[in-house]
Design a protein around this ligand. Structure first.
Ligand code: ACO
Ligand code: KIV
Length: 579
């Protein structure tokens, strides 16, 4: 047995809680986007089984710039030849308003190498880190004292300052990360950062010194991280001249929440990766954070309007697929399979379209059951939202037909078609793709005229005013031979059905009829839906009587469309051996 019955023997509750006399973040809301730093090319890259090649790094960098990131950590230049030369490539190629950030540990020879790679950079952020937690100082640095840690941080800061004077310009900034911030004694973090600030110089109003506060490993609930950040925000010297940055990891699955609460606690900047790539469970997910803001009506200053192209680059460069359930980006997150969800979404869209028609404004507030974001805003089509399997109801398949064929099926036909779909999904034991559903619909109701054994050739309608009747003469092609039928009734449809009953010995009656136009211009076609009771066939199911035949007809003329809908029924009757 390795799973302890009492885990408290092996694992201790998180202890590094800050004692805040007053906690402000719970009553705050986020009202603007933070400064963003994308670290896909550094923290993301260092976590990959196969780090990005030079070419892949170029593709990723371009995408990050296209999305709108103005601060990009491009490499760990002292790590590898690729990282070093890629930093030089970025220096030469990024737009002048994009800051290039690079990371080095607090090791002097590595800092020197790192800054060499930045030579000529217009806008740079030199990022250095030193682990400050008791655990790391004990395990990695052989019981390094707090005073020794401060001395190391100060020495490295001074080195960066001197090298920046030599190789850099006023646009170069320093970022210091007390690595393992969230597991470090909060007072010590402030102490070491104040020392770094003093070494760097306090006149930092042009390029604020960045203090990056990582949850290097996420170890507590998000509220505790927020408390730690609020404490730092309230106690660091010269708060107005420094930028507080967040760098949450996702070990407990709460990175996004922690990051949002910590912004409420006073942070200005966020470091993370697209779709949460990064060490172990990843860095905080920049896509989720940005789109969370967007769905609150806050412009994230990043462009995710073509999310599929971003997914494509991320999957290609990281060589890791985005999970189908990943917030916003996953293939399945804007899909509904279940009947009641589909019903709600279908009704929601119908109402939304009506609202749009009523208003002059091009945008209508989004209130859609089950969909927190309009899929079109991230470049996803509505067609992909509703997908049909055995858990779906009539709403799903009729939505697919509506979206693809513009056929707004009457409710009873939706029910009729849904029974056919249900049988097919159970038979195939899988989802039916849109093209399969369309094919099933077309074949079930003989919508494609060239596939019909019974076809309309010509007709002539005469009004018989003395008898208050309509006389119809109609020519049908039946299995390639043209035949003339005659019938009389209250209108063209009943005349046609009377002619059929006479000819084929059937006993059909109109049960339901409706029509609408297809398309919005004057040359639009009409679609007719007819259901007929076949009195010669026994019905044994009250909800979908088997003696009901449905037909669908499409034509430029409404009358011809109605005749084609009856003919569609005739084809079904023949298939069912009823004629
Ligand atoms: C939380 C983060 O994401 S931090 C960023 C982590 N990213 C990376 O590590 C990716 C790139 N890293 C690398 O390519 C390499 O680790 C390098 C080039 C940085 C260093 O390589 P090496 O010199 O071979 O060291 P290595 O990685 O094996 O181990 C770290 C050594 O640095 C020491 N070290 C770590 N930080 C410091 C520091 N601030 N000061 C002095 N020594 C340090 C460790 O104690 C260890 O020393 P030891 O070998 O005497 O035990
Ligand atoms: C270097 C720091 C910022 C880091 O990557 C981490 O702590 O996760």
């Amino acid at each position: 047995m390795i799973f302890y019955k009492d885990p408290s023997v092996k694992y201790k509750p998180f202890e590094n809680k800050v004692k805040l006399s007053q906690r402000d973040w719970p009553s705050k809301t986020i009202t603007k986007a933070p400064r963003w730093l994308a670290t896909d090319l550094r923290d993301g890259n260092q976590s990959l089984p196969d780090p990005m090649t030079f070419e892949e790094k170029k593709i990723m960098l371009k995408k990050l710039i296209d999305i709108g990131y103005k601060e990009i950590e491009v490499a760990f230049p002292s790590a590898s030849e690729v990282d070093f030369t890629f930093t030089q490539y970025a220096v030469q190629n990024v737009p002048r308003d994009v800051a290039i950030q690079v990371l080095a540990p607090c090791r002097e020879e590595l800092i020197t190498k790192t800054i060499t790679a930045l030579k000529g950079c217009h806008k740079a952020i030199v990022h250095i880190y030193l682990a400050t937690s008791a655990c790391f100082r004990h395990v990695i640095f052989n019981d390094m004292t707090k005073a020794e840690s401060i001395a190391k941080a100060v020495k490295c800061t001074t080195l960066v300052k001197n090298l920046t004077k030599k190789f850099g310009n006023d646009n170069w900034a320093l970022e210091f990360s007390p690595e393992t911030f969230s597991d470090t004694d909060p007072e010590f973090v402030v102490q070491i950062c104040n020392a770094v600030q003093e070494a760097w110089g306090t006149d930092t109003s042009s390029q604020p010194l960045i203090f990056n506060l990582p949850a290097t490993v996420e170890m507590s609930t998000p509220n505790i991280y927020a408390d730690q950040v609020e404490y730092f925000h309230k106690t660091i010297k010269n708060r107005e001249n420094i930028c507080i940055s967040l760098h949450p990891h996702n070990d407990r699955g709460c990175a996004v929440a922690a990051c949002e609460l910590a912004q409420m606690a006073g942070a200005d900047r966020v470091e993370g990766c697209l779709f949460g790539n990064g060490e172990r469970t990843g860095n905080v997910d920049l896509v989720t954070l940005a789109l969370n803001l967007y769905t609150q009506g806050i412009m994230p200053n990043l462009d995710f309007s073509d999310i599929n192209s971003i997914i494509d680059v991320v999957e290609r460069c990281n060589k890791i697929p985005i999970h189908a359930r990943h917030p916003y980006g996953g293939q399945l997150v804007v899909c509904a399979f279940s009947g009641s969800h589909q019903d709600a979404i279908k009704k929601g869209f119908a109402l939304y379209e009506k609202e749009k028609e009523k208003t002059d404004s091009s945008v209508v507030p989004w209130k859609m059951p089950y969909l927190p974001l309009d899929p079109q805003d991230i470049g996803r089509t509505y067609e992909a939202i509703i997908r049909v399997n055995s858990q779906s109801g009539k709403g799903g398949s009729s939505w697919v037909i509506l979206k693809n064929l513009e056929l707004d099926l009457p409710r009873k036909l939706q029910v009729h078609f849904s029974t056919k779909v249900q049988k097919e999904t159970e038979l195939k034991a899988r989802e039916l793709k849109s093209n399969e559903l369309i094919e099933l619909f077309m074949n079930t109701y003989f919508v494609e005229q060239k596939k019909c054994n019974y076809k309309l050739v010509d007709y002539n309608i005469k009004r018989n005013n003395t008898q208050n009747k309509t006389d119809l003469e109609i020519k049908l092609e039946i299995h390639g031979c043209v035949k003339s039928l005659k019938g009389s009734g209250n209108g063209p449809i009943s005349s046609f059905i009377n002619a059929i009953n006479e000819e084929f010995g059937t006993n059909l009656d109109v049960h339901d009829y409706s029509e609408h136009s297809l398309g919005k211009n004057s040359k639009s076609r009409a679609v007719s839906y007819i259901s007929m009771v076949n009195h010669k066939k026994e019905s044994n199911d009250a909800s979908v009587p088997s003696n009901i035949e449905w037909g669908v007809g499409i034509h430029e003329s409404v009358t011809a469309a109605s005749f084609w809908s009856v003919i569609s029924c005739l084809n079904s009757l023949e298939r069912d051996h009823a004629i």
